[in-house]
Design a protein around this ligand. Structure first.
Ligand SMILES: Cc1cc2nc3c(=O)[nH]c(=O)nc-3n(C[C@H](O)[C@H](O)[C@H](O)COP(=O)(O)OP(=O)(O)OC[C@H]3O[C@@H](n4cnc5c(N)ncnc54)[C@H](O)[C@@H]3O)c2cc1C
Length: 455
């Protein structure tokens, strides 16, 4: 075997954490540098029945990219950004390439890779494919799945296979789930195969985009504005991001490029691609804003540098909360982030109910922010010790039951991983779970890929 597998403790400990707050030290670490290295490693592991968990940049919030069973396979070195075809608008990349780098490379050729997880500067394409990552602009462009044309996958037995999305507009052959096998791997959290190359679909880069941050005196006004923005017809948002009172406190500290008024209790950040002229676009937004929040002047983010400032403000919320959660690790605490979503018209009811469930148990109010346009906020709690962690998890479980009764999902963006596995049966009935188990058994009969993720 040409590729070294390290069992050195310090190397293994370098891969023991992702952004979930959990720590699991792998039994070994391998860092392949080519597709053939991965094939060789997996064939050997399959023969010896050694479990393999893939890791990209380990920004997973669910414990999906850490393990204490078998080998941690870091794909970071497979980071090539290959052929960019401006005619077909596709680019071929390795799984270890950072999403932000891919976006910058294709932008230089006037193209857009649309998925925009807030963590795009520190997370990989392999992770984005495996988690079907999404972001603020998913509101307009959809999640990663829609932007993947082909994948090279090393299967659990070490066989290298290629899956290419069909261009069919009609197809009645067999069961729908078998039409595009590429979809089995997108969102499978490393449990069905190892992505070693991805061909991504690109869009034309919009010529001009404007962002507006609109302040509100109440949460209710802000959430009404989200619904109005979706339904108005006069505006075409590509994102609708919500910040509650506590998220605004964090944003104020990071908003050197913008002044968020002290009286504001909630904020909604929107972006729109300017189609005709900026004045007309702004006028439509101002009319809508004035109908709900006449007291506040919106902040305008025009041009690439200003849009980057807005992104930094948005990113400051999860990164601050991760950092706060990390302070309580020694006492058994951590950040607990929810990832539920409901149909957008039910968002206000879902947040009201989530708030009162936390209040009833005497918890500090969570920070609530995120993708309100898709009915998908994040609630971030900080558990200061193990006891508080248990209470928070009970509250989250009660919240998820409410969310499901409102037509929602327990995980809209970050996947299930290890942390949310216990909530799978809230969402899926036994038949759905046994169908997924059957697929897993067929593709990975010895169960060596990412044990403990999802199922
Ligand atoms: C501050 C912060 C903000 C975030 N914001 C968002 C957001 O806006 N939207 C969002 O969707 N997520 C977000 N996340 C979660 C996370 O960043 C995403 O899920 C990201 O796509 C994970 O990429 P990664 O390279 O870190 O993957 P990892 O964490 O290393 O792995 C994630 C999963 O992918 C699997 N995997 C990795 N590479 C491969 C491969 N080559 N083949 C097969 N399986 C593989 C792993 O086994 C694991 O199951 C955020 C996280 C943080 C810390």
């Amino acid at each position: 075997m040409s590729i070294a597998i390290s069992t050195d403790r310090s190397v293994r400990e370098a891969y023991e954490a992702d952004s979930s707050g959990l720590h699991l030290v792998p039994e070994a670490v391998a860092r392949p540098e080519s597709i053939s290295d991965v094939v060789e490693l997996v064939k050997k592991a399959a023969a010896d029945r050694i479990p393999i968990t893939c890791a990209g940049a380990q920004t997973s919030t669910t414990g999906a990219s850490i393990t204490d069973k078998g080998m941690l396979l870091s794909l970071r070195s497979l980071n090539q950004i290959g052929e960019l075809d401006t005619k077909t608008k596709t680019v071929t990349v390795g799984p270890g390439a950072l999403v932000g780098e891919v976006k910058r490379t294709v932008a230089a050729a006037g193209l857009l890779f649309a998925p925009d997880p807030t963590s795009e500067e520190e997370s990989t394409i392999g992770g984005a494919v495996a988690c079907n990552a999404s972001g603020a602009r998913t509101f307009k462009y959809g999640a990663t799945r829609r932007h993947v044309r082909a994948l090279k996958v090393v299967m659990a037995n070490g066989e290298l296979m290629e899956f290419r999305r069909t261009d069919l507009e009609k197809n009645t052959v067999g069961y729908a789930f078998a039409h595009d096998p590429i979809d089995w791997f997108i969102g499978s959290e490393g449990t069905l195969g190892i992505v070693v190359e991805a061909e991504l679909s690109l869009l034309p880069l919009p010529e001009r985009v404007v962002g507006l941050a609109t302040m509100f005196a109440t949460e209710n006004d802000a959430l009404s504005f989200v619904v109005a923005s979706r339904e108005a017809g006069s505006v075409v948002p590509r994102c609708l991001e919500y910040f509650d009172d506590r998220a605004l406190e964090i944003a104020r500290h990071h908003a050197s490029a913008a002044t968020i008024p002290e009286e504001a209790r909630a904020m909604v950040y929107v972006e729109e691609e300017v189609q005709v002229d900026l004045d007309a676009t702004l006028a439509n937004w101002l009319e809508l804003i004035e109908s709900i929040a006449p007291d506040f002047e919106p902040l305008v983010f025009d041009g690439e540098a200003r849009l980057r400032d807005a992104r930094k403000i948005r990113h400051s919320i999860p990164s601050t909360m991760n950092e706060r959660g990390g302070r309580y690790r020694a006492a058994g605490g951590r950040k607990v982030g929810t990832d539920w979503a409901v149909p957008y018209r039910n968002l206000s009811a879902a947040i009201r109910s989530a708030r009162s469930l936390a209040e009833d148990r005497g918890l500090e109010a969570p920070v609530i922010y995120g993708h309100a346009g898709n009915g998908h906020p994040h609630q971030n709690f900080i558990a200061r010790d193990a006891g508080e962690l248990t209470t928070i998890e009970e509250v989250v479980e009660q919240t998820l039951k409410q969310v499901i009764s409102l037509g929602g999902t327990v995980a809209a963006e970050h996947g299930i991983g290890k942390i949310k596995r216990r909530w799978l049966p809230l969402q899926m009935n036994p038949l759905q779970i046994s169908m997924m188990t059957a697929v897993k058994r067929e593709l990975d009969p010895s169960g060596i890929l990412a044990p403990g993720n999802i199922l």
